[in-house]
Design a protein around this ligand. Sequence first.
Ligand SMILES: *Cc1c(COP(=O)(O)O)cnc(C)c1O
Length: 370
Amino acid sequence: MSVKFLDLHAQYQSIKQDIDAAVLNVLASSQYVLGPEVEAFEREFAAVQGAAEAVAVNSGTSALHVALLAAGIGAGDEVITVPMTFTATGAAVAYTGARPVFVDVDPDSFTMDPAEVEARITPRTRAIIPVHLYGQPADMAPLMAIAEKHGLLVIEDAAQAHLGEVDGRKVGGIGHVAAFSFYPGKNLGAYGEAGIATTNDAELARKMRLFRDWGQERKYHHKMVAYNYRMDAIQGAILRVKLRHLEAWTEARRRVAARYQDRLANLGVRPASEAGGRRHVYHVFSIFHPRRDELQEFLAERQIQSGKHYPVPLHLQEAFADLGHREGDFPVSERVAREQLSLPIYPEMSDEDVDAVCDAVADWIGRTGN
Ligand SMILES: *Cc1c(COP(=O)(O)O)cnc(C)c1O
């Protein structure tokens, strides 16, 4: 028996007819970039995330970039974010010429620790980017309060957290603007690269539309030097089909997570948990152990795939060496990097597969002790 980390094929098989029809429809339409399918997807996605507007782009990274550009962030500015994230969060800040300023994550939710933020604010600070890591939304209420007090913009990195909620409100409509990814492995995945930015601010939305499409509202009239970040119509049509299943898929992920939590309790591997008032959508299901690498090898011998998210925090990446950080600067993030292991999780995962993973983890613990 083998267990895959995720199974995109199983999902495609379950919706193949609708996907194939949607793609063929686009091929026959001759409208391959933006257009009616993408516009319809923008409206539908904004509605499910509780935001007034959505601006479809070609990746989650581009969504972060246009959000920062629309906010007027650039050289000389500082943007507060976390080091425990995918590199895109820091890279998007750096693209604008601004400087990422890190604060550590909270040791239970692994999202930005609001208690650490105010000490990092300077006269150059313009924005805060909390990351809804692994699908667990960040602690938004204190972050919004700090932002309001200091006149800062909050950009949610919601790349891993479609349909996540804080106090009954969906992510994507809580901060001033939010960025989602539709990379194939994300909770809502395209069949290629895609992303979207959501906001309740009409002016930010207008500017983001300019930055994604060459700075033009009228063809060949360019208000600024901008980008080609437009979403393909094929991806828009595919995402419209998949969006209809997202709530059911999210509940299926939560059922897999609940089974893991139940079966892995008291084994000494500390399974991920949901913080109070938040709806965790389990893009990743984490466990933690000081001998994580040994456990991963043991699982691999049993044909069970697993991952690490992420083994090197941003402040220790060569790409961000110019920020001048050292080991020890963000101890919680560094501990996550050393001890976190991502177990297989996807909506179509069977109970038998979850049990096989749990049995293997229990077996390893039994052989090696805690
Ligand atoms: C995937 C991801 C991104 C980037 O999205 P792409 O679509 O791959 O460009 C940004 N932030 C986080 C936290 C991500 O997981």
